[in-house]
Design a protein around this ligand. Structure first.
Ligand SMILES: Nc1ncnc2c1ncn2[C@@H]1O[C@H](COP(=O)(O)OP(=O)(O)OP(=O)(O)O)[C@@H](O)[C@H]1O
Ligand SMILES: [Mg+2]
Length: 332
């Protein structure tokens, strides 16, 4: 709700809670409350129930004699959102996000990506579309196409490369809105690469653009896992289901001697997932091929080689979870 409130704050808040971000132009004309309700994507029963609850809330409020609601269905349904999060930086969120998106596409999902890392965007590099500016139709951005077939929008496209972005919370939130409310025609699923931690972007994300689920990634050592637990509790509190945990950078095969070492330990994320009652989605080894391919804009999940295999297995589990959400079937 962005229009200026000319009504009592308590009533405004009540309508905000009921309508989420569907109500606009909320005003009093004399003792009549008027508003516009975006009912796009709601079935008739849900639409009528929402209008009835807002009407009732209005009428229950002192000084309101009647409520008039104009319904519009302009907003196209947003794609379902999966958020990729971590407590710590540098644990492989962007790498996982890109490879998961590609592997999900290979499983037949219509996937797009949003780079919500406003201060440190990585996706233009990882999806080989640095320097490409998105076009706009009216006020809506058109996602940038790329050779990997994953339409994508990133703050990296809106800012100049190398330019420091020093924005305060509200600007960050409105920039994120532009990326998510873009023209995602043809996309059913948006994989969102979050910045590390639980700041403004994450809050806006869960409050305004509620993801259907979150994937949490961590390296295996205790310090990273403590932060991962914090990210998990953040999503829990917001009632965003955590699809499961991924352990990254576990097990390093020395390219010289072939010996296996565990620079960050191993199995920590799996044990944490079990402790927290979460699904463990898979382990990605520390593999030079992952870094080289990712930096070159040819993420390993796009190829059939072994480096992409862990990402493909994780994507299969995520796809099963998504399909189970739709049918209500238990997740195997
Ligand atoms: N399994 C892996 N094997 C080798 N290198 C990896 C692996 N996962 C990630 N990397 C490399 O580690 C670096 C950090 O990864 P990435 O950028 O995905 O992390 P991030 O969590 O998104 O970081 P930030 O918090 O800064 O956004 C990158 O150079 C990436 O290529
Ligand atoms: Mg990143």
């Amino acid at each position: 709700m962005t229009d200026g409130w000319t009504i009592d704050a308590a009533l405004a808040e009540r309508i905000g809670v009921l309508a989420q971000d569907r109500a606009s132009g909320v005003r009093m004309k004399g003792n009549i409350l008027t508003l516009v309700l975006d009912v796009g994507g709601l079935d008739p029963a849900a639409r009528d129930a929402l209008a009835a609850s807002i009407t009732q809330a209005g009428k229950d409020h002192p000084g309101v004699a009647d409520v008039r609601i104009a319904m519009t269905a302009e907003r196209a349904a947003r794609p379902a959102i999966i958020a990729i999060g971590s407590g710590k930086g540098g644990v492989g969120k962007s790498t996982l996000a890109v490879n998961l998106a590609i592997a999900l596409k290979r499983l037949g999902k219509r996937v797009g990506m949003v780079d919500a890392d406003i201060y440190g965007p990585s996706l233009p590099r990882l999806l080989a579309s640095e320097g490409v500016k998105p076009e706009a139709q009216g006020k809506r951005l058109i996602p940038v196409p790329n050779a990997l077939g994953i339409p994508m929008l990133s703050m990296g496209h809106l800012a100049n490369p190398g330019q420091a972005i020093a924005w305060r919370g509200p600007m960050v939130s409105s920039a994120l809105g532009q990326l998510i409310d873009a023209d995602w025609t043809g996309t059913d699923l948006l994989v969102i690469d979050l910045p590390p931690g639980t700041g403004d972007v994450q809050l806006t994300m869960i409050q305004r653009y509620k993801p259907v689920g979150a994937v949490i990634i961590s390296t295996p050592q205790d310090l990273a896992l403590i932060d991962a637990a914090r990210a998990i509790s953040f999503f829990d509190q917001a009632k965003v289901p955590v699809i499961g945990m991924v352990e990254n950078m576990a097990g390093y095969v020395c390219p010289h001697c072939g010996g296996v070492s565990d620079p960050f330990g191993t199995g920590g994320a799996e044990a944490s997932a079990a402790q927290l009652g979460l699904a463990f989605l898979g382990r990605v080894p520390l593999d030079i091929a992952v870094r080289i391919a990712s930096d070159a804009g040819t993420p390993p999940a796009a190829q059939d080689g072994t480096a992409g295999q862990p990402f493909r297995a994780i994507a299969e589990r995520v796809a099963r979870w998504l399909d189970a959400q739709k049918t209500g079937a238990p997740i195997g």
